[in-house]
Write a protein that binds this ligand. Structure first.
Ligand SMILES: Cc1ncc(COP(=O)(O)O)c(C=O)c1O
Length: 297
């Protein structure tokens, strides 16, 4: 039985166990839809405008009409966040929540063509966000590498996630935290996170192109680097550079920023979280606090 978390489905506020969609929903049949995961700190939807911009880009790529304005999306998300906070005993100012938004093309008899004129299915839910345990931040996590086998439209935050599920399984099978993917010898990303390396004090990440999902943390890490005079560059990164890096980092909404201390059973750098990670993590926490203080969404 699903927990009675508050959710929104096609114009109605309801609870997760009661939310039902058609078996002919193209999200179910084809994975023909897009999604977003927005972190929420103390009721503040963190980097919401950037999440909305990516949602708009993903929808446009799939020619799915955007069913809501940004103001309407915000209203739905904030109502769910408040409702969820009310359900729990936690202090809402201290709660860490996430909002999941999904839009599929809608309901129709099965046909691969991008049928126009359908009413998109809109689903939004909220839950607590489980951030990585302090021990993982202090010790770092282990990752494994694999050759990229996903499609070449990784920039779309699509609900067609079989490639991500299969990629993640490679690390899950050996008890590692993430699978680092390489396309023709160059780093793309993790199964569900972006990957960064630190080389001579500089943060390097793969270019913003169709081979990676541009995480909302791309912009955030760039800002933190600029603020702290840490070099930041996006360029193709060879596998050998990853394995020889001083530090390797993962980023995502739910991982925030996490140090990788072992890759394929070999230590990364000194085998412990490095100084650039520590600076970026502190910068990240400061950005969260500032957003909450200013209620700057
Ligand atoms: C494939 C992939 N890359 C990168 C990311 C990181 O994106 P964000 O920082 O917006 O969470 C995710 C997040 O789920 C992802 O699934």
């Amino acid at each position: 039985m699903l927990p009675a978390l508050p959710c929104y489905l096609n114009g109605e506020y309801t609870l997760l166990p009661d939310a039902k969609i058609s078996v002919m929903d193209r999200g179910f049949i084809f994975g023909d839809g897009i999604y977003e995961v927005v972190p929420v700190y103390g009721r503040c939807l963190f980097r919401f405008e950037q999440h909305m911009a990516r949602l708009e880009r993903s929808l446009a790529e799939l020619r799915i009409p955007n069913p809501h304005t940004r103001a309407q999306w915000r209203q739905i998300a904030e109502r769910l966040v408040a409702e969820h906070a009310r359900q729990t005993d936690a202090d809402p100012e201290k709660m860490e929540q996430m909002v999941y938004i999904q839009v599929s093309r809608g309901v129709a008899l099965r046909d691969h063509a991008m049928l126009p004129g359908l009413t998109p299915t809109v689903f939004v839910m909220t839950n607590v966000m489980k951030l990585p345990a302090p021990a993982l931040r202090e010790q770092g996590v282990a990752c494994v590498t694999a050759d990229e086998f996903r499609w070449q439209k990784a920039h779309i935050k699509s609900t067609s996630l079989l490639g991500a599920v299969m990629a993640r399984d490679i690390s899950a099978q050996v008890g590692a935290s993430e699978t680092l993917l390489f396309r023709e010898g160059f780093l793309s990303e993790g199964a569900s996170s972006n990957v960064w390396i630190v080389q001579d004090g500089k943060v390097l990440g793969p270019p913003r192109d169709h081979l990676v999902l541009e995480g909302i943390r791309y912009g955030l890490l760039e800002e933190i680097c600029n603020m702290h005079d840490i070099g930041f560059e996006l360029r193709p990164i060879a596998r050998a550079e990853v394995l020889a890096a001083d530090e390797v980092l993962l980023s995502s909404a739910t991982k925030e920023i996490l140090p990788v201390t072992r890759i394929d059973d070999q230590p990364v750098g000194q085998g412990q979280p490095g100084p650039v990670y520590a600076q970026l993590y502190a910068g990240y926490q400061a950005a969260k606090l500032q957003a909450r203080l200013r209620r700057q969404y």
